[in-house]
Design a protein around this ligand. Structure first.
Ligand code: SF4
Length: 167
């Protein structure tokens, strides 16, 4: 009996606090509450339109074709960029990693991604994945800053995109 009374008192107290918070407008609902809770974890909300196209992001079969000709960009990145396949297959699968993935994507121009989409056997939408990753990274602070050991390097795509034809 005492336990029930305590539970009733606790529920009553919680109800009063909730009503008071709503009344004085301090409670955040919906997107605002979601962002307040999850932005720090790198998890911005996803729109209905984004949710509809996301299944197409999973089509990579790890054939490696899109990485042909990427050796120079990989070397120039000092380790920040490891090729297109690792980006579409792994780095773009976990949203908390998107700030690092967005930085890595900055080493490969969209024009190159378009070329590789044309040879991809499963039509992975590489430019759409890159845009999604960049948008979500921007929503929570943008691409991660350069690690100090490669701070003298700049992504080639940030200046004049240099296209390296597949070998
Ligand atoms: S070409 Fe397409 S399927 Fe092959 S590794 Fe690249 S993204 Fe994946």
């Amino acid at each position: 009996m005492l336990g029930r009374l305590k539970a009733l008192a606790l529920l009553t107290f919680a109800l009063i606090v909730t009503v008071l918070r709503r009344w004085i407008g301090r409670r955040r609902d919906g997107i605002a509450a979601f962002r307040a809770n999850y932005d720090a974890d790198g998890l911005p909300p996803v729109s209905d339109e984004e949710r509809k196209v996301m299944p197409g992001f999973q089509r990579c079969i790890a054939c490696g074709l899109c990485d042909r000709g990427e050796a120079e960009r990989i070397a120039a990145s000092g380790g920040a960029y490891r090729g297109i396949m690792p980006l579409v297959l792994a780095a773009s699968r976990s949203m908390p990693d998107f700030r690092a993935a967005a930085y890595s994507f900055s080493f490969v121009p969209d024009s190159v991604l378009a070329e590789r989409e044309a040879i991809c056997p499963t039509q992975v939408p590489m430019r759409a994945i890159a845009a999604f990753v960049r948008a979500k990274a921007d929503a929570v602070g943008g691409p991660l800053p350069l690690p100090p050991r490669i701070s003298s390097l700049r992504p080639p795509s940030a200046e004049s995109p240099t296209e390296i034809p597949p070998k």
